[in-house]
Design a protein around this ligand. Structure first.
Ligand code: HEC
Length: 138
């Protein structure tokens, strides 16, 4: 069983309603905090001790292993976007393991883009789709 699936099971078991978290909950409680933890270090200064690097590693690993919890859609674009996020997370994990801040900082844009690319297509309340071949209101 993948770690992400185990996390879901653990969540389901401990949530009062024993329900699988919604996409919104996954974003707010798992994906965004993880990504934010990494971006804060990138923007405000390198991790300074083992505890800081641990936070980066944990958050990077969260993103790297979250692909499967974000894959409920048969749409190949969704799968591609979730994979891009996992790959950025995996690269951040490698950089954190090597305590290589330059390598970590170089990932800021691809990490950010991996969120935005998916949101542009699948979060239309934030990125309203224009009518046309690429968008429309289906
Ligand atoms: C594979 C698609 C996908 C990827 C990748 C993705 N998201 Fe999301 N995200 C969504 C969708 C869909 C929603 C809308 C959920 C809803 O409102 O039901 C969302 C919503 C959110 C929200 C708003 C939650 C709210 O309603 O207040 C935040 C914050 C967020 N994502 C952060 C991120 C960050 C940060 C990343 C990148 C590290 C990311 N997401 C990557 C699909 C994705």
């Amino acid at each position: 069983m993948k770690p992400a699936s185990m996390l879901l099971l653990a969540l389901a078991a401990t949530t009062a309603n024993a329900e699988t978290p919604t996409m919104r909950q996954l974003m707010l409680d798992l994906i965004h905090p993880a990504s934010n933890d990494i971006q804060v270090f990138i923007n405000r200064g390198a991790p300074k001790d083992e505890a800081d690097w641990f936070r980066v590693r944990r958050s990077a690993l969260t993103l790297a292993t979250s692909e499967s919890v974000l894959t409920p859609s048969p749409n190949p674009d969704w799968t591609k976007d979730a994979k891009a996020m996992a790959e950025a997370g995996a690269a951040a994990y490698q950089a954190a393991q090597a305590k290589n801040f330059n390598a970590l900082a170089a990932l800021a844009d691809s990490l950010d883009a991996s969120c935005t690319n998916c949101h542009k297509q699948f979060r239309p309340n934030v990125f309203p789709h224009k009518a046309g071949p690429a968008g429309g209101s289906k």
